[in-house]
Design a protein around this ligand. Structure first.
Ligand code: SF4
Length: 153
C-alpha cells in the first residue's frame, strides 16, 4: 500500500477506539451503501485482500443482488459491492476503508443502537485531512487500473 501521512493519523485515532461493542454486531450494515469514495491506497489494500480470499467466496458475494429494500420503508438502496447481504457482513473486513472503520465513532456516523462510546476526539480533523487526497469509488479506481493495464483485464 502507498504510505500516506493521513493513514498514520487514522491509525492513531483507530487505535483509541473501543471496537468491542461492534464485535458480532451488524446494526449499521444497512449503511453499507454503494458509492463510497476511497483513497488509491485503500483501493490497493482491497485488491490485495480480494486476491487473498477464495475466488468462489468473492464471486458469491460480488454477484449477490445489491438492490435492497430500506428496512421499514417502501424505498430501495444499493448496497456496497462488498456487503455480504446473505450473511450480514463485509467481505473485505480487514481491508475496509477508513469511513467504514469510523462508523459509530464519529459525529456524522453515529451508532444506530447507541452501543459505542459516542464521537471520539479527532474524527473531524482526520476527515478534513483525508478529504485533501484524491478519492474515487472502488469502481472508478478499478476502471482506471484496467485502462492502464488492458492486457491484465
Ligand atoms: S467495504 Fe465493507 S464495511 Fe465498508 S461499506 Fe462496504 S461492506 Fe460495508
Amino acid at each position: 500500500m502507498t504510505p500516506l501521512p493521513v493513514l498514520d493519523q487514522a491509525a492513531g485515532l483507530l487505535a483509541r477506539l473501543d471496537q468491542a461493542p461492534c464485535n458480532g454486531c451488524d446494526a449499521c450494515g444497512t449503511r453499507c451503501t454503494a458509492g463510497i469514495r476511497i483513497l488509491k491506497a485503500e483501493f490497493e489494500a482491497i485488491q490485495a485482500e480480494l486476491a487473498r480470499l477464495p475466488a468462489a467466496e468473492v464471486a458469491r458475494v460480488i454477484h449477490q443482488e445489491k438492490r435492497l429494500p430500506i428496512p421499514g420503508t417502501a424505498e430501495q438502496y444499493v448496497a456496497c459491492r462488498f456487503r455480504d447481504v446473505e450473511r450480514g457482513r463485509c467481505l473485505i473486513y480487514p481491508a475496509r476503508p477508513l469511513i467504514c472503520r469510523l462508523f459509530g465513532h464519529v459525529e456524522w456516523l453515529p451508532c444506530p443502537i447507541q452501543q459505542t462510546a459516542g464521537p471520539q476526539p479527532g474524527g473531524v480533523a482526520l476527515m478534513q485531512a483525508y478529504a485533501d487526497y484524491p478519492r474515487q469509488t472502488y469502481e472508478e479506481w478499478l476502471s482506471e487500473e484496467t485502462a492502464a493495464s488492458p492486457s491484465d483485464s
